[in-house]
Design a protein around this ligand. Structure first.
Ligand code: ADP
Ligand code: TYD
Length: 213
């Protein structure tokens, strides 16, 4: 099934995938990329923090820095990621799939008590994705997946971190919808990652259908 001719040279679509740590973002982005390539798309997968210099700094200082400083640093990485990697790929017609984007910036720095209004402001100039996917799951489900995988940093080690993350995602998702973002919420409690990816692919198909029609 060829959903769109890649030679059309249209701007690609920008899709972000966020959700609590352990929900399955990386796994789903991997499957989604495979499905889109099989459908004839050129796909560029990426993640935040990015592979660029500011992303490296984010990873280096996440354990030793907190609050507003870290919020600004992740936002700085986001603006640089857009300029250096996301936009250039979109411009040549590739679909860009980002494992974490603005929603993570609205959620994670709340662990350090940063005011949601500040997080919104510092991210306000970042490009709006064509589709912002938010994976949703019960804290017990993601805590279980995280304990099998192992924590990646301080946001994932405290026993209540999964509960807090799920709680922070609710107002962040509502804020995005209120601001007019196209949000797709996917309940990943029971779905295997391949099926979640297929659901997102089907939603993207509707974009191509409406662009063609
Ligand atoms: N739908 C699913 N059902 C069961 N386990 C899953 C599912 N999605 C992901 N996993 C597992 O959960 C763990 C976390 O997945 P990962 O994709 O790394 O999450 P994230 O990127 O959201 O932190 C991995 O060990 C992965 O294999
Ligand atoms: C994009 C972003 C990520 N982060 C954090 C959340 C994650 O703990 C970490 C990304 O590390 P990563 O190893 O990719 O974790 P995961 O597999 O759980 O996504 O960066 C922020 O704190 N703020 C942000 O804006």
């Amino acid at each position: 099934m060829n959903i769109r001719r890649s030679s059309d040279h249209h701007r690609g679509l920008f899709v972000s995938v966020d959700g609590p740590s352990g929900a399955g973002k990386s796994t789903i982005v991997h499957h989604l990329a495979q499905l889109l390539v099989a459908a004839g798309e050129y796909v560029h997968t990426t993640a935040e923090p990015s592979d660029g210099p500011i992303g490296a700094l984010c990873r280096e200082v996440t354990e030793s820095t907190t609050g507003h400083a870290l919020a600004c640093l992740y936002a700085a990485d986001r603006y640089h990621h857009l300029q250096a990697e996301v936009r250039p790929n979109l411009e040549v017609g590739r679909m860009v799939l980002s494992d974490r984007y603005i929603p993570s910036g609205l959620v994670m720095q709340r662990f350090d008590g940063v005011d949601p209004a500040f997080l919104w402001r510092v991210n306000a100039e970042a490009d709006r994705p064509d589709l912002a996917v938010i994976l949703e799951a019960a804290p017990e489900v993601i805590a279980e997946r995280l304990s099998e995988r192992g924590p990646h940093n301080r946001f994932q080690i405290s026993p209540g971190s999964s509960h807090a993350e799920v709680r922070f995602y609710r107002p962040a998702t509502e804020r995005l919808i209120q601001a007019g973002f196209d949000v797709l919420r996917v309940d990943v409690n029971h779905l295997p990652p391949e099926q979640s990816a297929a659901l997102i692919r089907d939603r993207l198909l509707t974009f191509f259908a409406s662009a063609a029609g």
